[in-house]
Design a protein around this ligand. Structure first.
Ligand code: PNS
Length: 165
């Protein structure tokens, strides 16, 4: 059985992520989407919230599992016996960072290959940071994230804004 790990901070999951997860699930027998920490970013949502969003957004995908892990991706892939790390590639601007991570992960765990799926053109511009920015400034995020998590994002934005007063 070919297991692929699809890592990310998913803060929050976007329709671009869902597109990559759906396409990975059509290629591999088992896809583990793992919520991880990106030390260069401060998360808006807790790890539990991000896992919950992903679970709800992928509810119909039978070979997709959602998990979280606080350590190294290389250790996680080894632990799960996964031979592939799947990442989405949006534009040339993603490449250098993703290339660096892929080489580091290969050095740390030579058993796992990183495979890149090119994003659908519909989602080329989309990122979690953009969603958070639009939501914080009162914009419409319904075209950017799964419908089942829109209210949760708006609730969090209200909570953050009320704490500022
Ligand atoms: O969605 P992101 O923020 O681009 O995902 C980056 C992520 C979380 C996959 C990356 O930061 C990561 O792998 N974090 C886990 C810790 C780790 O293994 N760091 C070394 C990566 S080379």
């Amino acid at each position: 059985m070919k297991t692929a790990v699809c890592p990310g901070s998913f803060d929050p999951v976007t329709l671009g992520h869902i597109d990559i997860i759906r396409r990975a699930a059509a290629i591999f027998d088992h896809v583990i989407v793992v919520v991880m920490n990106n030390t260069s970013k401060t998360a808006m949502f807790t790890q539990e919230e991000r896992v919950d969003f992903l679970k709800r957004a992928t509810a119909g995908m039978t070979n997709v599992e959602i998990d979280s892990y606080g350590g190294l991706l290389a250790d996680y892939t080894q632990m799960k016996n996964a031979s592939v790390i799947v990442k989405g590639l949006r534009a040339l601007s993603d490449f250098e960072y993703e290339f660096q991570m892929a080489l580091t992960n290969r050095k740390l765990n030579p058993q796992a290959e990183t495979a890149f799926l090119t994003t659908s053109t519909d989602y080329m511009y989309l990122s979690s940071s953009l969603v958070k920015q639009v939501a914080m400034l009162g914009g419409d995020i319904r075209d950017f994230v799964p419908a089942c998590i829109v209210d949760d994002i708006l609730r969090k934005v209200r909570q953050i804004n009320s704490n500022k007063i």
